[in-house]
Design a protein around this ligand. Structure first.
Ligand code: ADP
Length: 445
């Protein structure tokens, strides 16, 4: 079963990893597709804008300046270096106009787009010569918007040639670029719904797996506890039933032949086994009582003498065990039903002996408003990780040779139920091989 659960956990981890990978792959592809689609549509929209003549005024403006510069250059009134100054002087104001007209246009899915027109080449041809004089070659901004934030793609190129002059002609090439400003961020924002949904879905799947596995482990624990309980209870009842069988057979067969001693001995067996079975039966039925079903109305002040009495009664049936009762202040007392205190102390003493103790020390102390009852033994001890669970219903420590000792796992549960009914607490401090100390704290009125 443990192997199966481990396999299941591994399977779940692999499935979640694979699902995450597949989802990541699909999201990434969607992202690429979205980017591609936006690029294609926006480039078409810019092309329509250019061909519809909306940017013509801008283009005429800078081309006029360029034509004037070429004229001045031919007449040697200007040098190549002056071109940059001339273009720069107009590019800012042209950009303002460009920003306005691009803002007016509604672009695909409201993306924040960028557009720029760059001067690439100016070549002047002397009349009759086919070889031109390249007076500019590079990338000089004519106008644009948002350019600093975007990843540009080339949209179109325009070539214009003017042959209207007598002594020269010229060709101007400009390149238009477009882009989506902060495109990664913009696309991711547009995909946020999908991203949130798929992350939530993944978290949900992980939680579902976690919850199912946790549930399975709990179910397995409960099933184990039930099996153990049935095994233990069968064993516990088997011994007295077998003894009773023999006793009844003896009484039946040898009626008249039995001496009074033999008869009394057999009867004492019947009596003892009867008491034992009743004890077991009580344990099982009491365990199903809720804390509030435990009647505490008969609580009374119980002092040193009564506790000593309980201890003395126990010693009679366990003569090999040394029990010390340490009490510095004999006026200390517990406010509890005598029958309940008896059950608590006898259960703890029984356990101490069952789990290897030869010496037990009981202490009665005080801590603010509570009385503290400590039962310390020198038995096999309880591992740290078991110390909380031993108070659970049907819980028994499953390790080593502990299980040669039979029990129902109900004793400490019932003890805790009684103490809880008095609004007290029980805890244990122990180390394997070092004995155990049970500490009970009960509020005093
Ligand atoms: P049971 O004794 O019938 O198993 P309990 O509820 O009394 O049931 O105890 C639960 C478990 O706690 C026991 O199975 C045992 O392993 C452990 N335990 C209880 N008391 C002691 C003790 N004094 N020393 C060592 N182990 C103990």
């Amino acid at each position: 079963m443990k192997r199966k659960i481990l396999l299941l956990i591994t399977g779940c981890i692999i499935t979640v990893t694979a699902l995450t990978w597949i989802q990541g792959y699909f999201i990434y592809n969607t992202y690429l597709l979205k980017a591609k689609e936006a690029n294609a549509v926006i480039s078409r929209q810019f092309l329509t804008m250019e061909t519809s003549g909306k940017l013509d005024t801008l283009n005429h403006a800078w081309m006029g300046k360029a034509a004037q510069f070429i004229k001045d250059y031919i007449q040697q009134k200007a040098t190549k270096e002056d071109l940059e100054k001339i273009i720069k002087a107009t590019s800012d104001s042209l950009s303002q106009v460009a920003i306005k007209s691009i803002k007016k246009k509604k672009f695909y899915e409201d993306y924040d787009v960028s557009y720029a027109n760059y001067l690439s080449t100016i070549v002047i041809y002397k009349k009759g010569s086919k070889v031109g004089d390249t007076i500019y070659s590079g990338k000089m901004l004519l106008y644009g918007n948002n350019i600093e934030q975007s990843n540009e793609s080339k949209a179109s190129q325009s070539k214009s040639r003017d042959d209207s002059y007598d002594s020269y002609s010229y060709e101007i090439i400009s390149d238009r670029f477009y882009g989506i400003a902060n495109w990664r961020k913009q696309i991711i924002v547009k995909m946020s719904g999908l991203l949130v949904f798929s992350t939530a879905l993944l978290i949900f799947v992980v939680l579902l797996f976690y919850w199912s596995i946790k549930n399975l482990i709990t179910q397995k624990k409960i099933a184990d506890i039930k099996t153990d309980f049935i095994n233990n209870i069968t064993h516990e009842f088997q011994t007295p039933l077998a003894a009773l069988d023999i006793a009844v057979a003896t009484l039946k067969k040898k009626e008249g032949e039995l001496t009074p001693e033999q008869f009394n001995y057999t009867l004492s067996i019947v009596d003892r086994q009867n008491v034992r079975m009743q004890k077991l039966f009580n344990q099982v039925t009491r365990a199903s009582l809720a804390t509030d079903a435990i009647d505490i109305t008969n609580a009374q002040t119980i002092g040193y003498t009564e506790i000593q009495e309980i201890i003395n009664d126990f010693i009679i049936s366990h003569p090999d065990t040394t029990i010390n009762f340490e009490e510095e202040n004999k006026n200390r007392s517990l406010y509890i039903d005598r029958f309940h205190l008896d059950t608590i102390v006898v259960n703890l003493l029984d356990n101490a002996v069952k789990y290897g103790a030869t010496t037990i020390t009981i202490r009665l102390g005080k801590e603010t408003k509570n009385t503290i009852l400590q039962v310390q033994d020198n038995g096999i001890g309880i591992a740290q990780k078991e110390q909380l669970a031993i108070f659970d219903k049907f819980y028994r420590v499953q390790k080593g040779d502990v299980h040669t000792t039979k029990g129902l796992g109900l004793g400490l549960f019932y003890v805790q139920q009684i103490i809880a009914a008095y609004k007290g607490t029980i805890s244990v401090t122990s180390e394997i091989g070092q004995g155990a100390t049970f500490i009970i704290s009960i509020p005093q009125p």
